[in-house]
Design a protein around this ligand. Structure first.
Ligand code: ADP
Length: 433
């Protein structure tokens, strides 16, 4: 305010001086105009100095000026200095982020809201073959064209990572993970898991080979044991008891080997070749009959069919999963329990395959680990029932291969429900004849 008043006084003073000088000469108007022109000249001069300073050398100190102009220039100078400092700090942070991303062995790719490439580190150049000069601004799916990646990218459900071969080197296995951030932008990370993948492959092959190799000696053993068992009445009772126990254990080992081989097959081959619309009524009825045979009349087993659509899948695999659940229900529930095999509609137009029992149920602490291989709630009891410890692991794998997930609801003494939830895409109106 004070500065404004000073400028006003300057104007009045120059105008007054001009008037007073012009008056004795008989030209007060010309004197006034001269005073105002001087004032205007002064302001124009300062404006020019400001313009020059801003356009040519705004980083240096502003030109010396008094009053309002001096204050204006000082403020502009301070503001610019502050801005430069903030900019420098931001650039430093950005440089540090880029340097740390550069140092990472994983690929980091920043995508804008349309999915176009914005920035990536050098690991991404080596793993994904991105070229700085050519690829900036291109859509990511133009460069990573594998249909599984394109599907993963558009699905926008990035909870699980995606494993694929590198687009430039088939032998390298990469794990992709996308994170959404900011204004719908995406951060794509890719990690080289070739070594881990190899190890996993070796483990699977080893289990598959060992199981396969065990099959023949076990068949021979069981064959001889059967022959001897036919002559059991000729043996002393102590030997006959031993023979029965050997037969029982050989059968257990055969079941174990069969389940291990089935699990290996489920893990190794991709499946899908034998998928067809399944006759759910016939399938449920067949499994019910098998379960009834296992139960020997000790349980009440029913079938409930409320979903008219058929499941598209592998008959052999679905039957194996459903049998495992039904046999578990028979084995782990007391006499007189009710067991229901059900095929019914589920949320979001999907359907679910359920095995419900009203037996003793399972303590919730066991539920998260129940599908692990060889995990048992009660070790002694499971062995006695003849289970291999792989039943639920098989169920989980079969469901995964059918885009379904396994849900287990159970509380002690309130029965158990094992539910496979299938998405609508897995169902068809046409039932198999
Ligand atoms: P197992 O060969 O031991 O049956 P599974 O993987 O099929 O192996 O089952 C794991 C464990 O889950 C079993 O040992 C059993 O304790 C428990 N379980 C499975 N189904 C039921 C059920 N219907 N009721 C109670 N417990 C169950």
């Amino acid at each position: 305010m004070r500065l404004w008043r000073r400028e006003l006084w300057r104007l009045v003073l120059l105008a007054g001086l001009g008037l007073l000088t012009g008056w004795p000469l008989g030209a007060p108007g010309a004197g006034l105009a001269l005073g105002l022109a001087l004032c205007l000249g002064y302001h124009l001069y300062q404006l020019r100095a400001l313009h020059r300073w801003i356009t040519h050398d705004s980083q240096s100190e502003p030109p010396a000026a008094a009053g309002l102009w001096g204050d204006l220039m000082d403020r502009l100078y301070r503001y610019q200095k502050g801005q430069r400092l903030t900019q420098k700090r931001l650039l430093d942070t950005l440089r540090r982020i880029q340097e740390s991303s550069e140092a990472m062995r994983d690929s980091v790719v920043m995508l804008d809201r349309h999915g176009d490439l914005e920035w990536w580190n050098s690991a991404a150049e080596q793993m994904l073959g991105l070229k700085p000069a050519l690829d900036r601004g291109h859509h990511i799916t133009n460069l990573l064209r594998d249909p599984r990646f394109v599907d993963y990218f558009h699905r926008r459900d990035y909870r699980e990572p995606l494993t694929l071969a590198s687009p430039i080197d088939e032998r390298r296995v990469l794990q992709f993970q996308i994170t959404l951030y900011g204004d719908d932008e995406r951060l794509l990370m890719a990690r080289d898991i070739t070594r881990l993948h190899r190890l996993e492959e070796m483990r699977r092959d080893f289990v598959a080979n060992v199981s396969h190799e065990l099959r023949t000696p076990l068949t021979v053993l069981s064959g001889y044991l059967e022959t001897y068992a036919d002559q059991a009445e000729l043996m002393p009772p102590r030997l006959a008891r031993g023979l029965a126990s050997m037969q029982e254990q050989t059968t257990r080992m055969q079941n174990l080997v069969a389940d291990l081989l089935l699990l290996s097959r489920l893990e190794i081959d991709r499946g899908g070749a034998d998928h067809a619309a399944l006759d759910m009524a016939a399938l449920l009825e067949a499994v019910r009959r098998d379960a009834e045979a296992l139960s020997g009349g000790r349980h009440v087993i029913a079938v409930e069919l409320r979903e008219p659509r058929a499941l598209v899948g592998s008959e052999q695999e679905i039957r194996s999963a459903l049998s495992n659940l039904a046999f578990n229900a028979v084995r782990y529930t007391p006499e007189g329990s009710h067991i229901t095999l059900s095929w019914r509609p589920a949320a979001e137009h999907g359907a679910c395959l359920e095995v419900i029992d009203d037996g003793e149920g399972i303590d919730p602490v066991h539920l998260p680990r129940l599908t692990e291989r060889f995990y048992r709630v009660d070790k002694g009891r499971s062995a006695a029932t003849g289970g291999t410890g792989l039943g639920l692991a098989i169920v989980k794998h079969v469901l995964l291969r059918h885009d379904a997930r396994l849900e287990i609801d159970s509380r002690p003494r309130q029965g158990a429900t094992f539910r496979g939830l299938f998405p609508a895409a897995r169902l068809t109106e046409a039932t198999a004849g």
